[in-house]
Design a binder for this molecule. Structure first.
Ligand SMILES: *Cc1c(COP(=O)(O)O)cnc(C)c1O
Length: 397
């Protein structure tokens, strides 16, 4: 049966694509080696740099985020290299597994999935590595399985405090263009990101930003690579081209997305996400549910993960809520499967969309007979009123 009205896609990526971007994508494909394409490619590469906040190289792949994870590792590391990773959640675990499949010796600092990476533990771990055998430290910025944010600048400081020369790699696939991020200023060597989260695009593009140190490591890194090789990209990219057929229509969309982000102002975009995160946590707590992220100050503005009351299935709740209110909420992944649900509040999103989303959660709990308190939506509305709306005063960049 047809469902009237707009579906609420409130998973933490893909996020709903704004009409303006859908229209930009809906143009005829052009010759990717012809003169017209160079403008599209150059604009995409230059635009991305303003989002990563980097003056260094940015690479675009016609792949999902997982491809850019692989690209990051194979471009700078050699077989058997030790890499240190931090267990923030499911996505950190997947990146580690990918590293192991590539022939790297990946080590975890274990975590409880309730916070971001701990810089003190990283510093202590690196200080023990007197022979500098660890070649890279990999951290997930916004852990999409839990809703916790790692303090990237503090991890950089921890690496420096330990006097360790390893490369610093960050996955901000779900953080970029929603949370503050500074590739250059934070001293990140390789940043990994993707199209379908904060950038508001459909899935299918992913990115690496690479520091000068990472570009130098690329020259000696021995892991096998062909499709992902930065060295093949640099030359064509200079003129706005790619070594193989790029995802032309998604590049049209990317250029539109970058324009939209700057029209709103990146600082306003970040403040909007932070404010929606605060309002969502207020709602979840008022409903009598626990927020999975237990580290104050590390809660994400991209998504909020709520813990189900004991004995109640998160997946049954989500299925019921989808059926009755046409809203998709994110599932719990691996360790927290069926125990939690995730509310995405990222991308092209405003106060009324958030209030409707939280009403869907609250009505859904009622409909699925999950014990909860009333007043979740009211608590969110109160928080929204208390926190000043950022773009009411500031103009575009
Ligand atoms: C979405 C996501 C990924 C995986 O990206 P795909 O596009 O699904 O390959 C990896 N890491 C994080 C933090 C993510 O949010």
């Amino acid at each position: 049966m047809r469902k009237a009205g707009r579906h609420f896609l409130q998973i933490p990526g893909p996020s709903a694509v704004p009409d303006r971007i859908l229209r930009a994508i809906s143009q005829q494909v052009i010759d990717h080696r012809g003169p017209e394409f160079a403008g599209v490619g150059l604009r995409a590469l230059a635009g991305l740099k303003t989002i990563f906040k980097t003056e260094e190289n940015v690479f675009i792949y016609p792949a999902s985020g997982t491809g850019a994870w692989e690209a990051a590792l194979v471009n700078v590391l050699s077989p058997g290299d030790r890499v240190l990773m931090f267990e923030t959640g499911h996505f950190a675990t997947l990146w580690k597994k990918l590293a192991e499949k590539l022939g790297l010796e990946a080590e975890f600092i274990e975590g409880d999935w309730r916070g971001g990476a701990d810089p003190d533990q990283i510093e202590a771990y690196l200080s023990e590595d007197k022979g500098h055998e660890i070649k890279a430290i990999c951290v997930v910025h916004n852990e999409t399985s839990t809703g916790s944010v790692s303090p990237i600048a503090a991890v950089r400081k921890a690496i420096d405090n330990a006097g360790h020369p390893a490369l610093f790699m960050v996955d901000t696939i779900s953080g970029l263009a929603s949370l503050e991020y500074e590739h250059d200023a934070w001293g990140v060597d390789v940043t990994v990101s993707g199209s379908q989260k904060g950038l508001m695009l459909p899935p299918g593009l992913s990115f690496n930003a690479a520091s000068a140190k990472a570009m130098a490591a690329n020259k000696t890194a021995k892991l096998k690579r062909s499709y992902w090789d930065w060295a093949e990209m640099v030359g064509p990219n200079k003129a706005g081209y790619f070594p193989y057929t790029p995802n032309t229509n998604l590049l049209y969309g990317l250029n539109e997305a970058v324009d939209m982000l700057h029209e709103e102002g990146l600082e306003n975009v970040f403040a909007r996400h932070a404010r929606h995160g605060a309002a969502t946590r207020a709602a979840v707590r008022a409903l009598g549910l626990e927020v999975l992220c237990a580290n104050q100050g590390q809660e994400s503005g991209v998504l909020t993960t709520a813990v189900m009351p004991d004995g109640h299935s998160a997946d049954a709740f989500r299925a019921s809520t989808l059926e009755h209110f046409d809203i998709s909420l994110g599932s719990g992944l691996s360790k927290v499967a069926d125990r939690v649900f995730r509310i995405g509040h990222l991308g092209d999103f405003n106060d009324l969309m958030l209030v409707a989303t939280l009403a869907g959660v609250e009505m859904g709990l009622e409909r699925a007979n999950v014990p909860h308190n009333a007043g979740g939506v009211g608590a969110a509305m109160k928080t929204l009123a208390e926190l000043e709306q950022p773009h009411a005063t500031a103009g575009p960049e």
